[in-house]
Design a protein around this ligand. Sequence first.
Ligand SMILES: Cc1cc2nc3c(=O)[nH]c(=O)nc-3n(C[C@H](O)[C@H](O)[C@H](O)COP(=O)(O)OP(=O)(O)OC[C@H]3O[C@@H](n4cnc5c(N)ncnc54)[C@H](O)[C@@H]3O)c2cc1C
Length: 465
Amino acid sequence: MNTTPDVLVIGGGMAGIVAGTIAAENGLEALVMRTGQSATAYSSGAIDIIGYPPEGLALKEYFPEIELPFKTPIDGLRAILSLYPFHPYGIIGLKAEDNESIEYVIAHVSESISWLKERLAGSCAALVGDLDRNIFPITALGTTKPTCLLQETMWSDTLNAHPDNVLIFAGFSGHSEFDAQSAMRAYLESQLRTGEFPHKIGHCEVEIAPFGKPYNISSIELARHFDHEGSVDHLTSALKAHVDKLGATHVAVPPVLGIEQASQNQAQIQKELGVEVFELISLPPSVPGFRLQRAMDRVFKKAGGTLLIGHQAKSATIKNDMVESVVAQSPRREVTISPKTIILAPGKFIGGGLEADETGIRETVFNLMPVTSSLYSAEDVRPTNHTNVYSLSPDGHALFAAGLAVDMDFRPIDADGIEHARNLYCAGSILAKYNYSMEKSGLGVALNTGFAAGRNAVKMVREAS
Ligand SMILES: Cc1cc2nc3c(=O)[nH]c(=O)nc-3n(C[C@H](O)[C@H](O)[C@H](O)COP(=O)(O)OP(=O)(O)OC[C@H]3O[C@@H](n4cnc5c(N)ncnc54)[C@H](O)[C@@H]3O)c2cc1C
């Protein structure tokens, strides 16, 4: 392992892998270290750019003309950039000439989306979607949510197109993570309320015993089972009886059609049954999130990057405004790395980039100053002061919008607005001033800030050499 890489990325979720890949594709030596599983791998695998403002529906009180959820990510970006200038998307726009920041950000997001779709084409997480519309895939609860990019196996463009369409929600016996009947009921209610097609909706349960196990089956077990050649034949014939009986045109299944083989399995079932089959968006842990992380890791390695799994950055030394070295711990050894630039992308509370206890919120590697959603220091603020009494509050929890404040290059800054070190950038959910759970923007912000931070690091290395 090279302990003097051009770019060291701390954290290998969406933000870190994108930043590392940008560096590697530009011919730099990029090292990404990841200590544990990422929020990216737990996520639904759908890449939201922006669906709602940070306070959810509360904004409608002040701007009744705003249509929520945003019909297109572009509408959402325009609203965010006008109303929340310090949102991470707003930080991207600070580099633009006067009055051009909105178009600059839209062009940046558009470029990052095309970049990602190209890299993931043909992979187990190949994507559909673009900036011109938010799509509304169905979740395993029978609800819908706005998103920009969806894995190809999870979308049907024709479902809502025709009044005669008939949809079946198909579940698996012994798989408690999905209840086809409840999903069917919730979806039917919402279709009748909105008047959208389809109105003919049924449900069924098929019996699959992955690896001989008929009960307590997890999604990941089903997906692994369907990765084996021929294993989808039984599912196809079991579905056929229900499809024929109900005259179904579409079949929705939980996202378990495979880790590597989902797309081939989908194509096979569709061909043999003559219906459209698609996967639903599921609750965590989700197979599509895992597929996304796996596919991204491959993109990074293919670009020539080095991925260290199980290494945790613990501390760093800073000299003359530059990070000189980072000490990391693996299960067997401690290693000191002296990179030219560092991108901090360790996620927020789930990834471990921020820690909170009754005394306040802390950043875990560099002891940087986290800020609240109002940009005050969060170091001495009790986390409970930023939560609502209702855990599922429609206004969200300001705690999720705490994080690091950055300059226009995505370098973390202190209370005086001075960057902590000239060669330290950060990206992803550790950033302050956005609330992914309310906004539906988590992977979009990670993609775009990773893209921006990666480019800034490349520029710095090039200018220094
Ligand atoms: C259940 C769930 C569902 C979600 N669904 C969606 C969705 O549908 N759409 C969407 O757009 N977003 C969704 N999100 C949000 C989205 O997943 C996150 O915002 C995004 O993945 C954050 O990416 P990241 O790279 O910043 O951090 P992460 O993906 O969390 O990656 C950070 C990585 O850094 C590692 N790390 C932390 N500290 C260190 C250290 N000191 N040294 C080395 N490594 C370290 C962690 O182990 C982790 O692997 C969801 C999130 C969750 C939790």
